[in-house]
Design a protein around this ligand. Sequence first.
Ligand SMILES: CC(C)(COP(=O)(O)OP(=O)(O)OC[C@H]1O[C@@H](n2cnc3c(N)ncnc32)[C@H](O)[C@@H]1OP(=O)(O)O)[C@@H](O)C(=O)NCCC(=O)NCCS
Length: 307
Amino acid sequence: MKSAARPRKGFGLSLGAIHLLEFVLLSRRRDYAMKPIPDFLIRRLQPADLESALRLTRAAGWNQVASDWQRLLRLEPEGCFALESEGQVAATTSVLRYGQELAWIGMVLTAPEFRRRGFADALMAEALQYTEQRGVSVVKLDATDQGIGLYRRHGFVDECEIQRWRREAGPQEGETLPYASDFASDRVLFGTDRAAVLQDLQEFDAASLPGEGYAMGRPGFLAAYFGPCVAHSPAAARRLLRWFLAKHPEEAVFWDLFPHNQEAVQLAQEFGFTPVRTLVRMHRSQAGARAFLNPAEVFAIAGFELG
Ligand SMILES: CC(C)(COP(=O)(O)OP(=O)(O)OC[C@H]1O[C@@H](n2cnc3c(N)ncnc32)[C@H](O)[C@@H]1OP(=O)(O)O)[C@@H](O)C(=O)NCCC(=O)NCCS
């Protein structure tokens, strides 16, 4: 794990070496040369850090709850990073690998009082080193306006827009549907095996229409979350959406979709959803890596931190 600190007396360095070190550090940090370099330590996020991680989530106004952090810690404990400064968790970043082909970066959060000190930048460098050391060929994420500059500086390029839509609480008729996993079909559409994530998500809400698609949902702090939803036709997606809305009549619902998927947009409008924010899906690929598409059958993503 990496730590950075202002050079102090007593390290046995000459004044010249200290100036050289400062020059290297400050020139990496571009235009903020006159600001002090803060002390920090990057380490693995631990289950005991849950409260701190949730504090960052709430400060950013995000929807994730404790079970979302616990899922990441369960699925990829080594990929969950905390940046500690002044004795507290000041920033976080998570990496979730889908085999060696794809990794998803999420939970890029810095506490408001620690922003603009290069903490997210340092965590991103750590997260990318983690993926490189494990030979991952494509890294993706969903970027907010606040994060996009950071990601571009780390070599990410825009892929497509992704939108969060919201529906207020309200009654909805729908069927009760069973669930049977079909990881093989999902693999074809998502582009790689995400059975471990789907298995973890199915503990909340899950329904399927054999041969036609499936949908899942989970709790959120601001709204119940609809997704992932993969369906081979708008008719199948409509049945799955009705199933989910009928189960959550007393909650607002979030649905993250690709605006280029016109069938998803039409469905969202038909059921009273409106767009509330736009993010940019971005990727960073090794030479020769294959592309992961966002096919029309993906009606809802699994989450900004999951893909
Ligand atoms: C996005 C976010 C994680 C950035 O965290 P951060 O720790 O402030 O990020 P950094 O300090 O590495 O970089 C932020 C800016 O500060 C600048 N900066 C970095 N170190 C600095 C320093 N010592 N002095 C002054 N500015 C500095 C960077 O150049 C960058 O500027 P720019 O984005 O205007 O180009 C944070 O704003 C946040 O938590 N936002 C809410 C959640 C969110 O949207 N997360 C992104 C999800 S995709």
